[in-house]
Design a protein around this ligand. Structure first.
Ligand SMILES: [Zn+2]
Ligand SMILES: [Zn+2]
Length: 143
């Protein structure tokens, strides 16, 4: 019997299509991130990530460029069109964080929480009822 976790294949791409990826199975988590680094990287008030096991993820087009926004952090982006593509951090070994908006079917990745909500802009007042964490939510820093 096939493992249902690896039966689902998702693909994604940057705005110009040069950088693309595939990822199998379901994410470990999906969350909105309100940290300052994500804000700067995306030029948006917050962004939405899905965390996947790194060994189920592969780049399939031109390799992305990498910006190291802080120690132990690698942020991938398309060098041609600038789309942010992925986040990998030493704090989350074996995991890659994909920007949900780059996936072909972003509606299939449903956010379950707000993380780094302690850095959220004051005019972001979500009415979605999701948990709000000051940090990542795995360090008992719940809001
Ligand atoms: Zn591109
Ligand atoms: Zn962030």
């Amino acid at each position: 019997m096939p493992d249902p976790d690896i039966s689902r294949l998702r693909t994604g791409r940057c705005g110009c299509g040069a950088v693309s990826f595939r990822v199998d199975g379901d994410p470990n988590w999906v969350a909105h991130c309100h940290c300052r680094d994500c804000r700067a990287q995306t030029g948006s008030p917050f962004t939405t990530f899905a965390g996947f096991p790194r060994d189920r993820f592969a780049w399939t087009g031109v390799p992305p460029a990498i910006h190291r926004s802080s120690p132990g952090v690698a942020r991938s982006f398309c060098a041609r069109c600038g789309t942010p593509m992925a986040f990998e951090g030493a704090r989350w070994p074996g995991e890659v964080h994909i920007y949900v908006a780059t996936v072909e079917d972003p509606a299939s990745l449903v956010p379950r929480a707000h993380v780094y909500f302690g850095q959220a802009l004051p005019w972001i007042q979500p009415a979605d009822g999701l948990a709000r964490y000051q940090g990542t939510g795995d360090d008992s820093g719940s809001a």
